[in-house]
Design a protein around this ligand. Structure first.
Ligand SMILES: [Zn+2]
Length: 106
């Protein structure tokens, strides 16, 4: 290898190192942006999950009100409408304080 060749090789290597350095900086910037976006999306997802959970809870709260007539009808037909194991079981002719309490509250 003569001196000219050696110098040319050094210059070429320097150019390649500069290119590599620029690529690395660009990649680092992209990684930071992706991590930031990931954090933002995680926060947004958690927020949406909370919104959905709140809506589901509200729908569950609404339903018993809407089905008040159905519960009253079931009770008139002789069935328990009180929460727990008795729900849907036949009252066998006797009134149930828990059932009546539910109907009074609605
Ligand atoms: Zn009952």
């Amino acid at each position: 290898m003569n001196r000219d060749e050696l110098l040319n090789t050094i210059v070429l290597l320097e150019t390649q190192m500069n290119t590599l350095n620029k690529d690395f900086e660009r990649l680092k910037k992209m990684t930071v942006e992706l991590v930031e976006e990931n954090v933002a999306l995680t926060i947004e997802r958690d927020h949406l999950q909370r919104v959905i959970q709140t809506q589901t809870k509200e729908e569950k709260k609404m339903k018993p009100l809407q089905s008040k007539e159905n519960l009253a009808m079931l009770y008139r037909e002789g069935f328990h409408i009180c929460a727990g194991e008795l729900f849907g079981k036949h009252r066998e002719g006797s009134d149930c304080m828990f059932c009546l309490n539910i109907l009074d509250n609605k």
